[in-house]
Write a protein that binds this ligand. Structure first.
Ligand SMILES: Cc1ncc(COP(=O)(O)O)c(C=O)c1O
Length: 457
């Protein structure tokens, strides 16, 4: 993997820019600093999720509207963080607001299904080409159900996951996620490091690790564990390491190998679902797995999760072989918001997003060439990322080699220039919503130019 050659001059310049931009950032975030100090007395670490604790400082939000989000210090941003890939509908979308307002007075929880759940199941079946669905409340629940279901359906214990992929924070999935180079073992035999603490080795040992885009390694895993592997879960387009697309033929190749060995294929479309197209990566790439996991964008900003599958696999749920359960599953408020989201995301919505993506990609690619920045853009549907490497990245080990000072500087320039990107600049992507405008996309490009110009000054 050829990487950007970062010279001593580049390193020194990036360090200067990061310091300058952090000072600007902190000077603007005084109320957020006060809130953080107060929050630390009642919220562990001062936040409501450990991944909200970001450098240089956690930002407290007051509200969002359309494509914009506002912090407690009164700054307005084009929101391209999108709540970690949720806000495909933007903020306060009239259809979602109406659905919630209409449903609220009628009762927000019964633990009995409402009619909207049937509509949502039918619509997801139409879009994903998988007939049977269940709902939950998060991406973690959806992938946890996928692990359980693959095991229940096959009667086998091992599940394969891809090195460097995040599938939520349940034990089986928290293996070799964002682990450091010294933990992940040799490239030709990846280790199975726990991704954090509190994860029993007896469970994490059952999660086998494979490199992305490597079919031969999957064959090797089956040779070593014949008759013991229940299935494999992966993001069809990897989205926790920038954006890494699958090689041509990789997904179909996986499906063929897994099925030949009596194992199942599960796509984690928690991030890609709806954001890369109306039927997710499944429809866009033309390979239908046995199980699909959805969450994030499908709820229009309301907590949600869903799992869909073939009739054969989902009958394991239908016939009581696996109890997919949850008090809040199919919550009426969630179902109303999912329905409003799916009704809104029609062809015209995706055409609008395509236009925005083109402005961002063409604009940034032109600047990369003009200022000779060692980077390239990877974008699909509403998602995109600047990867600070001259060569395409094929897997997590390639991603690890990228110097994260570029993305750190880029994140700060975007933020101080009024574009809110996800706090983990290197790993995460931008997200357009149906309410973003061409001016919003141009602001992303203009901020990139500010950084490129400053870097070359
Ligand atoms: C690919 C993927 N799967 C699953 C999850 C877990 O989703 P949640 O945070 O809703 O539990 C995430 C969260 O970022 C994700 O990116």
């Amino acid at each position: 993997m050829a990487q950007a050659t970062v010279t001593d001059r580049d390193t020194a310049r990036l360090a200067e820019l990061i310091e300058e931009q952090q000072e600007i950032f902190l000077a603007r975030q005084t109320k957020s600093a006060e809130m953080l100090a107060r929050a630390k007395k009642s919220l562990a670490g001062g936040g409501t999720s450990s991944w909200q604790i970001a450098r240089p400082q956690m930002i407290w939000v007051s509200h969002g509207s359309g494509s914009k989000v506002y912090d407690v210090d009164g700054m307005e941003y084009v929101d391209m963080h999108g709540g970690y890939g949720v806000s495909l509908m933007g903020h306060g979308h009239p259809a979602v607001v109406k659905a919630i307002n209409d449903r609220g007075p009628l009762g927000t929880h019964f633990a009995q299904p409402t009619e909207d759940a049937i509509w949502c199941g039918e619509e997801l079946a139409r879009r994903w080409g998988l007939p049977l669905w269940r709902f939950g409340n998060s991406g973690t629940e959806a992938t946890m159900d996928a692990f359980h279901l693959m095991r229940a359906h096959t009667g086998r214990d091992y599940v394969i996951k891809i090195e460097g992929c995040y599938h939520g924070h349940h034990d089986s999935a928290m293996v070799s996620v964002a682990n450091d180079e010294d933990e992940i073992g040799p490239a030709d035999h990846p280790a199975q490091p726990a991704a954090g603490t509190g994860l029993p080795k007896a469970i994490t040992d059952l999660t086998l690790i494979a490199p992305f885009n490597d079919l031969d390694y999957i064959e090797r895993l089956f040779a070593d564990h014949e008759g013991q592997i229940a299935g494999m879960i992966l993001e069809p387009i990897m989205m926790n390491a920038g954006i890494i697309p699958p090689d041509d033929g990789y997904l179909q190749g996986l499906k063929d190998i897994l099925h030949r060995h009596g194992a199942l294929l599960a796509f984690d479309e928690v991030k890609t679902g709806l954001t890369v197209g109306p039927g997710g990566a499944t429809k866009a790439l033309g390979v239908t797995p046995d199980i699909v996991c959805l969450a994030k964008a499908i709820g229009g900003g309301v907590p949600c999760g869903a799992i869909g599958g073939t009739a054969e696999v989902m009958n394991t749920i239908a016939e009581g072989g696996y109890d997919q359960v949850g008090t809040f599953n199919g919550n009426p408020l969630t179902m109303a918001a999912v329905k409003a989201t799916l009704e809104t995301l029609d062809d015209a919505a995706y055409e609008h997003i395509d236009k925005l993506r083109k402005i961002a990609v063409d604009g940034i690619e032109k600047l990369i060439a003009e200022y000779d920045i060692p980077a390239h853009v990877v974008a699909v549907g509403a998602k995109g990322a600047v990867t600070f490497s001259t060569e395409p990245v094929r897997d997590y080990r390639g991603f690890l080699k990228i110097d994260d000072r570029f993305s750190n500087a880029h994140w700060l320039f975007q933020h101080n220039g009024g574009v809110f990107l996800p706090p983990w600049g290197k790993a995460e992507q931008w997200l357009f919503s149906v309410q973003h405008t061409e001016d919003d996309a141009q602001r992303l490009v203009d901020n990139f130019e500010s950084m490129a110009r400053a870097f070359r000054a």
